[in-house]
Design a protein around this ligand. Sequence first.
Ligand SMILES: Cc1cc2nc3c(=O)[nH]c(=O)nc-3n(C[C@H](O)[C@H](O)[C@H](O)COP(=O)(O)OP(=O)(O)OC[C@H]3O[C@@H](n4cnc5c(N)ncnc54)[C@H](O)[C@@H]3O)c2cc1C
Length: 419
Amino acid sequence: MTPIDRPDKDVLVLGAGIIGVCVALHLQKRGKSVLLVDRRAPGEETSYGNAGLIERASVIPYGFPREIPTLLKYATNRSADVRFRWTFLPKLLPWIARFWFESSSRRLRRAAMDMLPLIERSVTEHTDLMAEAGILHRARRTGWMEAYRTEKAFSAAKVAARALDEFGIRYDFLGPKDLQAREPHLAGSFAGAVHWLDPATVADPGGLVKDYADLFVRKGGEIVEADASTLAEEEGGWSIRTNGGTVRAREAVVALGPWSDAVYRRLGYRVPLAVKRGYHVHIEPAGDAVLNHPVVDVERGYLLAPMTKGIRLTTGIEFAERDEAPTPVQVDQTEPHARAIFPLGRRVEPAPWMGARPCLPDMRPIIGPAPRHKGLWFAFGHNHHGLTLGPATGRLLAEMMTGEKPFADPAPYAMSRFG
Ligand SMILES: Cc1cc2nc3c(=O)[nH]c(=O)nc-3n(C[C@H](O)[C@H](O)[C@H](O)COP(=O)(O)OP(=O)(O)OC[C@H]3O[C@@H](n4cnc5c(N)ncnc54)[C@H](O)[C@@H]3O)c2cc1C
């Protein structure tokens, strides 16, 4: 190992998705010189293709269902919101077993309480960064909706929403007429909807990440294209190979989302990181049809969101290997339902986009130091809520790295919980 006497940078941040960019910005605010590393431009992977929800209302993490009818529906791939690739199941079983275990009502509540400090700050932390970047117009403060086709499902949703009253979450229950008033072009015989009022939404999540990355560069930060798997430990720090030569720094942060194993595995860490794949397609609205909010058609298992490129139809979960070829069955299953409830024209892209939500079975991310490597830090595994949690994660990790008092207890996010 070469001793690092004079490092080129204080910190290497690996991964320029929403998490890495926000970590870089918060370290920079605290006086650190940072090199942000990615194999492509910022915000072009998972952080590009999501549904654009800054999900302040998602206080209870998405657990594994425990009701027998729902389990049977999922097990037989009869539901569009969750799909299994059977060939992958034997490999996935230990992960699913842990996910199931963590999804008991008692453990789910504990996970919710652990995640609450991050979720609570999600919109305000984004708003602060947007204000600094001069892009406050990107935040739509109109919330999003879950629409229900049957009275039975709507009634159950109302009970679930009221259970969040203790967290101060704001919502409206909309009957068919109220829903029509807020979404005049939405057809179909919905029994009603829950309109979540606290979340913000964005029409171009990838563009948001690029704007945050531009802010980082405007304030003196540097971004390079390089392969994060060339990260090497040196005496007193870390180095990475770039086209312009080797860059050395005292510390490094792994924020590679679903690809974080490219670094931690080589260093001997065993982490149950799996992916829940998801797809989207953009479809042009027909005529003068306007969708005012992202709307989930709950019983049919998809979301429609008004985005810059058109109406983004986003699918639920596909359990499959991260790198297996795409199988966008859920897009084909749900698109006819979407066309029946909203006037849609032609698809914008020839093929659906596919992304991989980086997921840990206890529904908490890893944010904190590597237990056995000095100067190495982790920030990955943000499940369904990486866009939501990027700025809060960036703040928390930067506070830990610079010895500030962290705004939240970081213990629940420690890598050491996996040994
Ligand atoms: C369909 C779908 C809908 C979603 N909807 C929402 C939502 O509405 N709200 C929400 O909060 N979250 C949502 N999510 C989840 C959210 O998108 C993710 O949690 C989040 O984007 C993860 O961000 P990240 O920065 O960790 O990963 P990424 O955005 O994937 O960033 C990782 C970066 O690492 C880089 N990288 C990987 N390997 C290497 C390497 N070897 N060398 C160099 N660079 C490398 C990649 O190029 C990439 O830029 C959704 C996800 C999906 C798939």
